[in-house]
Design a protein around this ligand. Sequence first.
Ligand code: IPD
Ligand code: CA
Ligand code: CA
Ligand code: CA
Length: 279
Amino acid sequence: MSASELRCFMDFVIPLVRNAGKLLLEAKNFKIETKDESWDLVTIYDRKIEETLILKIKEKYPQHKFIGEESSAAENSIPELTEEPTWIIDPIDGTANFVRRIPLSAISIGLTINKQVVLGIVYNPHLNELFHSIKGQGCFLNEERIQTSGLKDINGACFNYELSLARRELLRNLYLYRLKHLIGRTEGIRSLGSAVLGLCYVAKGAIDAYQCDGLYAWDVAAGSLFVQEAGGFICDTTGKPEIDIMNPNFLATATKELSDQFMAIEKIADEERINNELK
Ligand code: IPD
Ligand code: CA
Ligand code: CA
Ligand code: CA
């Protein structure tokens, strides 16, 4: 796929995303429903935005494929990622923030080709922040190029952990042990409630490190590209600088040096947890 074709995709999708953002800003008196779990919230806006985006993109590019949070929930299955151009859509990332009127929710879209994320768009209409990137061409916030903080020392690091994920029992202990070892060694910990905005904030240098465990492709597809295009470093749980977007467990940091420090501490925490769990 040529750079100019990718640019055409971007130019086509940005106005759609901006329109979806207007809907979020105007939203009022809507019903809050839950999906399978009591904490898994959904609104008419989640469903409507995803439906409209898929419809419009399909009209223009009928061969393209889609993986969306709400359509996967409706079908009760997540489509397999193929080599074909595939739009990975989170219509609202941060639905819990949206319903609480915390201005940290965003429409997030990533495009994969040959299973690699090659384009990303994230729009937080509440703060009028539009992030976008095409692979190999840098990352931009409202048309200005952005870069990670470049921080190398964990002492000064602001670290994002999506703590709401600890409601899953499997992740609860993992988080508790890691936080025990990390608190006091970093400048501070955040939990923004929007996975993709956490990654956008690493890309713009506001947050220095971001741990992703147990999320879905739609939560992080665009954001993972942004961090890489803004000069950051991403590695899987073994430290390899590669990620499987359909099984996204990774650490995203401003620099490789910072990643090494976080990985070393997390390793100690994980070993301690495993030893205690085996007792
Ligand atoms: C959620 C957000 C949140 C994370 C949740 C996700 P949603 O996505 O990314 O930060 O902690 O686990 O489910 O449901 O608001 O699209
Ligand atoms: Ca959701
Ligand atoms: Ca999400
Ligand atoms: Ca969502």
